[in-house]
Design a protein around this ligand. Structure first.
Ligand code: NOJ
Length: 590
């Protein structure tokens, strides 16, 4: 495609750095990362060259889900610091020409949020803020025959009620909890301490929009919107109808009937034109994404989709299973989004975040840790879209070697694993731990590794979650000292991205689609008449073995320049040759 000034946006040309504050840097020695800790590291972020920080939730919260259970949207969690600390962070970022994107968690609140406390008490002003329903009564006979056990819902023996429908929580178990005080059930698609707001209630929307405006007035540059395509629930809350849904009921509550109306209203009422918004969207097709994106859609800048995060689900289905991903499927998935949104939306590029295991452990090979980390980075920085860098990725950080559940903090892991255990899914403890080591979100949440010192230089106190023992080798100090490190490679890629328009805006074309080890593609920018202006070629050997590369005719021959390579390579000729394990190259074509 060609790029006109009209289509340029600062957030398309940016690299976003994601901070999980609890695990980034602890300034006060309580073992939990905090905002002053981030401020201490602003020069670090500046040196890396990133443009935007996405800060995971720092709002007041009881932390059942580490801040994704907000009890006050306008206050900073004590453990993280004060509003003055937050203001210093914002100023420090802006002084360095970096921007700040906050996390917006409004599908649900904490059950300790004042709105819920009042709603559960039946306060007429708040009673409709959440999704409350009567339960379904259970026939005496069903109860007698043991077909219904109130204990499954933490109800007393004599209770004769089951939840209003069969929806399940992403964290395992029913998506409903009975509340004694109100005498009704409330919906929670995540933990029971995360009740879902009722977006059909006008006052809920008005409160959320006002809160967003309040943050924009404080000077933020955008929002990352947590599970935003779950906010509209269908009338009557019908049972799930799809046995293959990611959790029971998802076919009903994902992309619900009024979701576009609400997302559009949100953008019209509460988001300044120049702000960046990125919606986290489960179960989304490319066509559905287009409806959310840009001025022709609901106004959102970009979405996070999960298609590539599902390729390693196992035959049992769902996130808590494990299968093998294949390069062909990965290429096909990413290619579908690359070509599908070209000129009609914008991609966000990620292979890990605070909810996913470390990308080197999943898509790379820890035996070729550095080289494979660099290859995956080359991929992310030469696709069309905005790259998201999750803290520690720039060091090539890996999964954690969990040896017991006592090392796990994550509610999702603990609940789902307990449920699978009850269902007899694991042959042994080791079986269970193997899945945890592969899948748990805590793999990404172990502390950032700053140095080889005790606790990786993350804290002077006792860290809230164990530090990866490999911090003696993998840490910021070591990486910055070594010019061949993953860190320096990221730095170079980020510079390149800033320098090369074609890498930001160019159209993607996949070559050798059926190759099961090589991922080869071009990026092309055309001028207004459609003639090729600039073109690059990315060649990736996604394998822990040598692979023969026979370039397709369209790209064979002399290249102008070798822009990047993760091995010592200088040749500018795109010719048949044997690529080394995890070798990555990017050429500028003539
Ligand atoms: C997605 C967030 O990224 C995750 O960490 C959280 O548990 C759920 N949404 C619920 O808010």
């Amino acid at each position: 495609m060609s790029v006109t000034d009209d289509e340029r946006r600062w957030w398309k040309e940016s690299v976003v750095y994601q901070i999980y504050p609890r695990s980034f840097n602890d300034a006060d020695g309580d073992g939990i990362g905090d905002i002053p800790g981030i401020v201490e590291r602003l020069d670090y972020l500046d040196a890396l060259g990133v443009d935007v920080v996405w800060l995971c939730p720092v709002y007041d919260s009881p932390n059942v889900d580490n801040g994704y259970d907000v009890s006050d949207y306008r206050a900073i969690l004590d453990t993280f610091g004060t509003m003055a600390d937050w203001e210093e962070l914002l100023e420090g970022l802006h002084d360095r020409d970096m921007r700040l994107v906050m996390d917006l968690v409004v599908n649900h609140t904490s059950d300790e949020h004042e709105w819920f406390v009042r709603s559960r008490a039946g306060d007429p002003e708040y009673e409709d803020y959440y999704i409350w329903r009567e339960g379904e009564s259970v026939a005496e006979q069903e109860y007698e025959e043991g077909l219904y056990d109130p204990a499954d819902y933490d109800l007393p023996r004599e209770a004769r009620e089951r939840p209003p429908n069969d929806w399940e929580s992403f964290f395992g178990g029913p998506a409903w909890t009975y509340d004694d005080e109100r005498g009704e059930w409330f919906l929670h698609i995540f933990d029971r301490k995360q009740p879902d707001l009722d977006w059909d209630c006008d006052r809920v929307r008005a409160e959320v929009f006002e809160m967003m405006e309040w943050w924009f007035e404080k000077g933020i540059d955008g929002f990352r919107m947590d599970v935003i395509n779950l906010i509209s629930k269908p009338a009557g809350l019908p049972d799930g109808a799809d046995d293959d849904a990611i959790v029971r009921g998802a076919d009903q509550f994902v992309n619900g009937p009024r979701v576009h109306e609400y997302v559009r209203e949100m953008h019209e009422r509460a988001v300044p034109d120049d702000a960046m918004t990125v919606g986290e969207m489960v179960e989304l097709s490319v066509d559905e994404a287009k409806e959310f994106l840009g001025p022709d859609g609901d106004g959102m800048s970009m979405v996070f989709n999960f298609d590539h995060m599902r390729l390693d689900f196992g035959p049992e289905g769902g996130r808590w299973s494990r299968g093998d991903w294949s390069l062909r499927e990965l290429k096909e998935t990413i290619t579908r989004w690359q070509t599908g949104l070209d000129g009609e939306g914008w991609n966000s590029l990620y292979l890990n975040n605070h909810d996913e295991p470390r990308m080197v452990s999943r898509f790379g090979d820890p035996a070729y840790r550095r080289t494979s980390a660099k290859l995956l980075a080359t991929l992310l920085y030469t696709l069309q879209g905005t790259p998201y860098l999750y803290q520690g990725e720039e060091l090539g950080m890996t999964n954690y070697p969990f040896s017991s559940l006592a090392e796990v903090r994550d509610v999702d892991t603990l609940k789902n694993v307990a449920q699978l255990e009850r269902a007899g899914r694991f042959a042994s403890d080791d079986d269970l731990l193997e899945l945890v080591r592969y899948r748990s979100r805590d793999n990404a949440r172990t502390p950032m590794q700053w140095s080889a010192d005790e606790h990786a230089g993350f804290t002077d106190g006792e860290p809230w979650i164990p530090v990866n023992p490999n911090h003696d080798e993998i840490n910021v100090d070591a990486e910055r000292e070594d010019p061949e490190s993953v860190w320096h490679y990221y730095r170079d890629l980020i510079d390149l991205r800033h320098d090369e328009n074609v890498l930001v805006y160019g159209s993607y074309e996949l070559l050798l689609p059926d190759h099961d080890r090589l991922w080869v593609y071009t990026r092309t920018l055309t001028d207004d008449d459609g003639a090729v202006d600039e073109r690059t070629l990315t060649v990736l050997n996604v394998a822990s073995a040598e692979t023969r590369f026979e370039p397709p005719e369209a790209v064979a021959g002399e290249a102008e320049e070798l822009l990047v390579s993760n091995y010592d390579a200088e040749s500018t000729t795109v010719e048949a040759e044997t690529l080394r394990p995890w070798e990555a190259r990017v050429y500028r074509l003539q």
